[in-house]
Design a protein around this ligand. Structure first.
Ligand code: UD1
Ligand code: MG
Length: 419
């Protein structure tokens, strides 16, 4: 197949999102929307990816970092204009150019591979991913002649009542031959209805010049779900959540109630682990085999559980590592903790990890036993096999040596608060 470069359009304002944050930076299952699209481009071995930015350009560029070349579109004059901004990077490039939008995070790499294959096989200069959907309103419609051949894309604003009845829509994903795109993009005229340069008009220009265009049709309405509103964001989240949970179950994880289990993107869970209802597991958390988590547990980013760990109800864990066989069954918070194998975290244990300025580490040794209602004021260490009696407050730096028992509650007024 031809070499590939990718253009991601992300300069739009996202007006309907009503947000101070650019919509492509909003989180979907714990990951910024734009990152899903960048992942797809990387997956397709795109030689170079260009992200067209405009609205809040710096913030979007910061997220993109070194993953793509940033191309600025100072004024948003339409999708053809946005693509045109990238043309100086494509001069002399003989391969294909994939164009997609930054706000369609559910695009599937398998489907895009099919699009590239069809494009190559049919030797077209432009191949458009289209979808048959129930409610086509708002989308560009796919126009076909009496024989079913693809002839144009008609935007909703420019469509007649009859054209509006067409259910096949433009998903906004295209594969172009770079040289043809370079040649014709500058010939697109401004649409007088919307005062924009439409990328979709390249199709008619290609055909008028005797060049071949093609479509790949999908019936999966979710692939092109563009996030235009917060309701779309919630819908995408629900679709993605179901996919994530199904994948985990296929890998041998028991999820007793998928309807109330929330697992964000990039989480790994080992075989035979059971996740009980009303549990939230954040982006990037790693859980070993044969663990049990929940009901009502929250595992925040940076949490790593070994094998055979039990985390029960009303437990919250953040940026902490719990080695094999640790039990933490009820009402506890561990933040910035390193817990050795087989340690027991009693009911109501809290790490006081934040002193108002810094997050501090608590180390709990192998086989240590932390009694109910213990507060561990970090930084502090509990040695291997050591014990903290119920209700003890282990003050900052007052480490419990290995094998020793500490008890007591030294809450006394000692000095003025240092701010
Ligand atoms: C576009 C298509 C429409 C298709 C729909 C799919 C055109 C003319 N129409 O319409 O056929 O059904 O997508 O979702 O292309 N953008 C820029 N710079 C601009 C304008 C837009 O970067 O000057 C970006 C936006 O941020 C967005 C994408 O391009 O990511 C699409 O723009 P949008 O205005 O949403 O186009 P639609 O009207 O939805
Ligand atoms: Mg749109």
């Amino acid at each position: 197949m031809a070499q590939l470069k990718t253009i991601i359009l992300a300069a739009g304002k996202g007006t309907r999102f009503k947000s101070d944050t650019p919509k492509v930076l909003h989180l979907l299952a714990g990951k910024p929307v734009l990152n899903y699209v960048l992942d797809v481009a990387e997956n397709l071995s795109s030689l170079k990816t260009y992200v067209v930015v405009g609205h809040q350009a710096e913030r979007v560029a910061q997220l993109v970092g070194a993953r793509a070349v940033i191309v600025e579109q100072k004024e948003q004059l339409g999708t053809a204009h946005a693509v045109q901004m990238c043309m100086r990077h494509l001069k002399g490039f003989r391969g294909d150019v994939l164009v997609m939008c930054g706000d369609t995070p559910l695009l599937d790499k398998g489907l895009l591979r099919q699009l590239l294959t069809r494009h190559a096989r049919t030797k077209s200069v432009g191949t458009v991913l289209t979808a048959n959907i129930q409610d086509p309103s708002g989308y560009g419609r796919i126009m076909r002649d009496a024989k079913g051949a693809f002839i144009a894309i008609r935007e909703e604003k420019d469509a007649s009542a009859d054209e509006k009845k067409i259910h096949e829509i433009n998903t906004g994903v295209y594969c172009f031959k770079a040289d043809a795109l370079l040649k014709f993009i500058t010939r697109v005229r401004r649409n007088e209805n919307k005062k924009e340069f439409y990328l979709t008009d390249t199709i008619e220009l290609f055909l008028a010049n005797g060049l071949k265009v093609e479509t790949l049709v999908t019936n999966d309405w979710t692939v092109n779900l563009g996030l235009n509103t917060r309701a779309d964001l919630a819908l995408a989240e629900a679709i993605l959540r179901e996919k994530i949970l199904k994948r985990l179950m296929a890998d041998g994880v028991t999820i007793t109630d998928p309807a109330t289990t929330y697992v964000e993107n990039g989480v790994t869970i080992g075989q035979d682990t059971v996740i009980y209802p009303c549990t939230y597991i954040h982006h990037g958390v790693r859980i070993g085999k044969n663990c049990s988590v929940g009901p009502f547990a929250r595992l925040r980013p940076g949490t790593v559980l070994g094998n055979g760990v039990a985390v029960g109800n009303f437990a919250e864990i953040s940026r902490s590592q719990l080695a094999d066989g640790v039990t933490m069954k009820h009402f506890s918070f561990l933040g910035d903790a390193r817990v050795g194998a087989e340690a027991n975290i009693g009911c109501g244990t809290v790490t006081a990890n934040y002193d108002g300025k810094n997050k501090n580490v608590t180390k709990i040794g192998k086989g240590a036993f932390i009694g109910c209602d213990t507060i561990l004021v970090a930084p502090v260490e509990v040695g291997d096999g050591a014990m903290a009696g119920a209700g003890s407050v282990v003050a900052r730096g007052r480490n419990i040596p290995a094998g020793m028992l500490a008890v007591g509650m030294p809450a006394r007024v000692i000095k003025k608060v240092n701010k």
